[in-house]
Ligand binder design. Structure first.
Ligand SMILES: [Zn+2]
Length: 282
């Protein structure tokens, strides 16, 4: 949805509520009390369950309930966040939405960020560097497996995971769990892109470990893994600053989530649906 359409079609409270209802009850109305699937629409824009009589509005039990920010402003905030992501600041939101307080803007941003973080992230594609590195972490020697996605000539998503040294089964599982099946995107390429190297770069596996899949790997012995080096540099810095000694694995996960959140793009509709699912404190 573009901004003009949003402003034209979702400007009144009724329009916004009707739109929310189509998202919330995509597969039809469901009563939260008795799970019945039919309701009457009342004059005051509420829904009344035909079986148990429970009345609710389309915002009941969602982050929009009890919010003093009108829905059309919420929608604008969601649109801006979907379009500009992290660039959206509380000051900007306060201005654009003409909100009375900065605290309100901050609380909206917090909810939007949370909605974005609950998105299931996609597996890595394009060219993926897979390497293993030793890491001296607060007096312990730990090995990490690293997967670094390279899109064109830019860094994409990453995965970092604690591992045993050169454990082949673990390396293969790591690839399976985190990287798209790589012949899939090799075949998807247009002929002019085929020259570019797309697939997995690693020197950790041999023909014996992988069978015929081995032929799909990029195995240049002089490959520099320069993207992974950059990732590790920042990762180590962050871990020393933020991660306690006994929380290494959690640290890896959090670091990846923070890094990858920059690469998750969501549309206005997807973000709005996530917000509808967000648990609210009663
Ligand atoms: Zn009911």
């Amino acid at each position: 949805m573009d901004l003009a359409t949003l402003k034209n079609t979702l400007s009144t409270d009724i329009q916004c509520r009707e739109y929310l209802a189509t998202l919330r009850w995509k597969n039809g109305f469901v009563c939260p009390k008795c799970q019945h699937n039919e309701a009457w629409k009342t004059k005051e824009m509420k829904y009344k369950c035909k079986k148990c009589g429970h009345k609710l509005s389309v915002t009941s039990g969602t982050v929009f309930q009890n919010s003093h920010v009108p829905l059309n402003k919420w929608f604008l905030a969601i649109w801006l966040f979907a379009e500009y992501g992290k660039k959206v600041t509380a000051d900007m939101l306060q201005n654009e939405l003409e909100l009375g307080s900065n605290r309100t803007a901050l609380s909206i941003i917090k909810k939007l960020k949370k909605a974005k973080l609950t998105t299931k992230i996609k597996k890595l594609g394009h060219t993926v560097e897979i390497t293993q590195h030793p890491f001296d972490f607060r007096g312990q020697k730990i090995y990490v497996l690293v997967a670094t996605e390279i899109i064109g000539n830019a860094l994409g998503q990453i995965r970092i995971q604690k591992s045993e040294y050169r454990n082949k089964t673990q390396i293969i599982d790591f690839i399976k769990n985190n990287v798209l099946p790589y012949d899939l995107f090799i075949n998807d390429l247009k002929p002019e892109q085929k020259k570019k190297q797309v697939g997995i770069v690693t020197q950790l596996l041999t023909q014996e470990d992988m069978g015929s899949d081995y032929n799909k790997l990029i195995k240049s012995p002089s490959y520099q893994y320069r993207f992974t080096k950059k990732v590790l540099y920042n990762f180590k810095d962050w871990m020393y600053m933020k991660c306690p000694k006994d929380k290494f694995e959690q640290g890896c996960k959090i670091y990846c989530v923070i890094h990858n959140s920059k690469y998750i793009s969501m549309t206005f509709e997807e973000l709005l649906e996530k917000l509808l699912l967000q648990k609210v404190r009663k």
